[in-house]
Design a protein around this ligand. Structure first.
Ligand code: BG6
Length: 485
């Protein structure tokens, strides 16, 4: 169903995220009749456009990035919703001009999407409040990264919450908007089959991987100050871990879900300095070749120093100290310039208590549930079956559910779903302050230990699966990454 009438203020309106993700998502939502006819988008940025000039900019920079064919009629109808105002986020007087553009604001939903650097979150919120754009129907959407460490995340949250209630703050983690990630919850809580086994008695270990084949793609300056732990682990990987590990929530209400995720993050065992040495691996890509094409080393990327110590790869062993998961390792890994782009979760079940039947040579003995989140969306349950022949030998075979084959309907991009949720006022797929803060508290000892360690990250060739140390991390428990099984 369509959203209520709204004004969406798009700060960072000419930026990369707006062109690559936000405008395409809004167009898709409009084309699918999801946006109220009276839903307006006011983009804000420092470029001195008028509305007509900005629309030309969008036609040149955003339209080609929409994944599906865009006909002129729907594109022009979309552009008719779009306005632009040049605005300097640090000049409060510019916000008076903005407020003057928005008639009868109190009655309409107002969504201020801050697709800017986090230093601007505080001044923008303060100036919005100063001109009355902090009313009951107003919301702010905060893009990641929300800070650089625990202290900066707290400072940003304090500054935003000086003007908006927690219930008006939508902290984005776009992984939560992915269909496949929501499906993970559906699979867990919609079926009786998995839940009884979803615990330490039956699960041996869990793997969560977000591998990328891309490098830093012109974001060298940002990335070099950030690194994979802050860019991916503190948020996306921990959110996936929470959804895999959380208890069934009391309802699908935003706080019921977020309460359960918070319990998982607070139950994560804290790393001491010596654990960081034994339970984490950081890597940095060297020159290599990805899908057969040669690519340069990270240190040769633009805006990256040739002695950079920024990690482009992290693997770690997380442990959850609670009744359900005690002693079950959760192996997390992510990296840039790996062999392929794949996000997957693998639940490795325990061996049968007594092996009555032999397994064929090279066969894997235990059951595994492999949940592919992207690029393909499918679930494979590996079971053992009899290999044809006159002996009774077991071989692994998979029961497979392929979502794109099974469900023909269009699958919305994560940003489309999250933008619609923000306009409709649904917080369930956004992070609450305490979740984000606890996640920072957990990663901080790792950041500190790495900082203090004179050794550089382990080099790995671009196009590989990361440093060899990542395999050793699992091997001491006689585990192996999925592709090595
Ligand atoms: C972003 C990171 O949050 O997620 C990027 O900043 C990363 O470095 C991206 O490439 C990955 O998202 P997706 O949806 O392409 O897996």
């Amino acid at each position: 169903s369509a959203t209520p009438a709204f004004d969406l203020l798009l700060f960072g309106g000419t930026g990369d995220l707006a062109m690559r993700k936000l405008i395409p998502a809004l167009w898709q939502a409009a084309a699918a009749s999801q946006l109220h006819a009276d839903g307006r988008i006011v983009a804000l940025g420092r470029k001195p456009f008028d509305a007509a000039g900005y629309r030309v900019w969008l036609s040149e920079h955003a339209r080609p990035l929409i994944g599906t064919p865009v006909d002129d009629a729907s594109w022009n109808a979309f552009l008719a919703r779009v306005d632009y105002l040049p605005l300097d986020a640090c000049r409060p007087e510019d916000f008076a001009l903005l407020a003057a553009k928005l008639p009868a604001v109190e009655k309409r939903v107002l969504v201020a999407y801050l697709a800017t650097s986090p230093e601007l979150f505080a001044p923008i919120c303060e100036s919005l409040a100063a001109v009355g754009l902090d009313h009951e129907n107003a919301r702010v959407v905060l893009e990641k990264p929300l800070g650089h460490d625990l202290a900066s995340a707290n400072a940003i949250n304090d500054a935003v919450l000086a003007h908006f209630r927690e219930g008006q703050v939508y902290r984005i983690d776009h992984y939560l908007g992915k269909e496949s990630v929501q499906n993970l919850m559906a699979i867990r809580f919609g079926n009786v089959l998995f839940e009884p086994l979803w615990r330490r008695e039956w699960v041996e270990h869990v793997e969560i991987t977000i591998a990328e084949d891309l490098g830093v793609e012109g974001r060298g300056e940002f990335y070099n100050q950030t690194g994979a732990l802050r860019d991916m682990v503190q948020n996306h990987l921990l959110q996936l871990l929470c959804i895999v590990a959380m208890e069934p929530p009391a309802s699908m209400g935003a706080d019921a879900i977020r309460d359960e995720k918070l319990k998982v993050v607070t139950s994560l065992r804290r790393f001491r300095a010596r654990d960081v040495e034994t339970k984490t691996v950081r890597g940095q890509y060297a020159a290599g070749s990805v899908h057969g094409a040669p690519v340069p080393a990270y240190r040769e990327e633009a805006h990256v120093a040739d002695d950079s110590r920024t990690e482009t790869y992290v693997a770690l062993k997380a442990e959850i100290d609670n009744w359900r998961w005690a002693d079950v390792p959760f192996y997390l890994r992510t990296g840039k310039r790996l062999a392929e782009r794949v996000a997957e979760i693998v639940i490795h079940f325990r061996d049968v208590p007594h092996a009555l039947l032999p397994t064929a040579p090279g066969g894997i003995a235990a059951n595994r549930l492999v949940i592919h989140l992207q690029p393909e969306e499918n679930i494979r349950l590996h079971v053992l079956a009899k290999a044809p022949g006159d002996s009774m030998e077991l071989q692994s075979a998979a029961l497979e559910l392929d979502f794109t084959k099974r469900f023909a309907a269009r699958r919305a991009d994560a940003y489309e779903r999250l933008l619609l949720d923000a306009i409709r006022g649904n917080l369930a797929l956004f992070m609450r302050r305490d979740e984000g803060v606890e996640a920072w508290r957990w990663v901080e000892p790792i950041l500190e230990a790495w900082e203090a360690d004179p050794a550089p990250p382990a080099p790995y060739p671009a196009g590989s699966w990361g440093p060899a140390a990542a395999s050793r991390l699992l091997y001491e428990n006689r585990h192996a990454w999925h592709e090595e099984c």
